[in-house]
Design a protein around this ligand. Structure first.
Ligand SMILES: Nc1ncnc2c1ncn2[C@@H]1O[C@H](COP(=O)(O)OP(=O)(O)OP(=O)(O)O)[C@@H](O)[C@H]1O
Ligand SMILES: NC(=O)c1ccc[n+]([C@@H]2O[C@H](COP(=O)(O)O)[C@@H](O)[C@H]2O)c1
Length: 319
């Protein structure tokens, strides 16, 4: 395992065949996961069926075509360090971070994760050129999960003040649940196909809190070969959460232990316990959530009357 500011960049690993792995994992998830929980009105597109609210082209692969936003990818970092786009002079590695989760709703802590990861990676010689938040598909059956159309919008509002974090709505807009490996592979292949950066210079990494890292060992949640691929071919930046012992999580998991050189553990210098659950609880109880999540997020929640099940007092949301 790597720790903030300790050793230099690890060996450049060959990155996976994104398209092949993505398709394979998508096929696997069709077999293993339940169908989407919501019954969304459908319309035929190109001989296939797509939800009306996501009228994107459905590709032969079965995936709904949603372009990867690249407006905040820091091309100047790539150009500065290479002279020519995507052709590094030194063995410079450019990192793009992916945070996968419910984001129900997004909080300041979700944005902080990216800042912490960027600082930690750059202290070790990597250049972080962008980050993506990928809200989980509606078929990810988690308690109180708001429809992804709202969660995607909330994340877009939350990211407005970030210079490098964008929302990738691809996962949310698919017709079925998508596994995290598929999302990582798709980001990698989209960036490589864009011609902005060469595959050899790009490292797409999973950014997560230690609870997610711990969940790798929960039986039936992750597919072990996919955890291995995420660790080996992508890499993980894990932010310590609520005192969780990351070293122990790694040392007690064979796959994580084998790949500890590609797992970066980062301490929050200003620890706090902001979570989406706590924010939802505050809203339900009519308490202020100001300074836990951006004002634009709060305004939208308020306008759309989200998370209110039991709330009576809308006014207090803004403190
Ligand atoms: N306070 C935090 N510290 C470290 N990681 C966090 C924190 N809050 C969220 N994360 C990480 O952000 C990612 C997305 O999290 P998620 O959308 O599940 O938010 P959450 O606050 O954990 O939600 P919930 O409370 O509903 O479980 C996960 O990898 C999670 O571990
Ligand atoms: N097999 C998998 O790829 C797998 C398993 C469990 C969770 N996940 C992802 O991890 C994230 C966890 O999010 P929450 O912490 O909000 O539950 C979600 O994006 C979910 O899709 C992926």
């Amino acid at each position: 395992m790597r720790k903030l500011g300790f050793d230099g960049p690890g060996p450049v690993r060959s990155l996976p065949l994104a398209r092949g792995r993505g398709n394979r994992s998508a096929l696997l998830c069709c077999r293993l996961l339940p169908p989407p929980s919501s019954s969304i009105p459908c319309c035929p597109i190109g001989g296939r069926i797509a939800p009306r609210r996501f009228q994107h082209l459905v590709m032969d692969s079965g995936f709904v075509d949603v372009p990867l936003p690249m407006d905040k990818i820091s091309l100047s970092s790539v150009q500065e360090s290479t002279g020519r786009i995507g052709c590094p002079e030194r063995n410079q590695m450019f990192v793009v971070l992916l945070s996968a989760g419910s984001f129900n709703p997004p909080t300041y802590m979700h944005l902080r994760l990216f800042e912490l990861a960027k600082d930690a990676l750059e202290a070790q010689g990597y250049v972080v050129i962008g980050g993506y938040i990928s809200p989980a598909n509606d078929a990810y059956r988690k308690k109180d999960l708001l429809p992804s159309i709202h969660r995607v919008h909330l994340c877009e509002l939350a990211c407005r003040t970030s210079s490098f974090v964008m929302v990738d709505p691809w996962e949310a807009k698919q017709n079925s649940y998508q596994r995290t490996l598929t999302v990582l592979s798709r980001i990698q292949s989209s960036l490589c196909h864009s011609g902005l950066i060469r595959k050899e210079s790009l490292k797409v990494m999973l950014l997560c809190g230690s609870d997610l890292l711990e969940s790798f060992a929960t039986p039936g949640v992750w597919m072990l070969d996919q955890v291995r691929t995420i660790c080996q071919d992508f890499g993980i930046v894990c932010i310590r959460r609520e005192g969780k012992d990351i070293e122990k999580i790694i040392s007690t998991n064979e796959i994580l232990q084998e790949n500890k050189n590609n797992i970066f553990s980062v301490d929050e210098i200003v620890p706090n316990q902001i979570s989406s659950t706590r924010v939802r609880d505050c809203i339900r109880r009519g308490l202020s959530v100001k300074y836990l999540t951006p004002d634009e997020v709060i305004d939208y929640i308020k306008d759309q009357k989200l998370y209110l099940n039991e709330i009576k007092n809308l006014g207090s949301l803004m403190g």
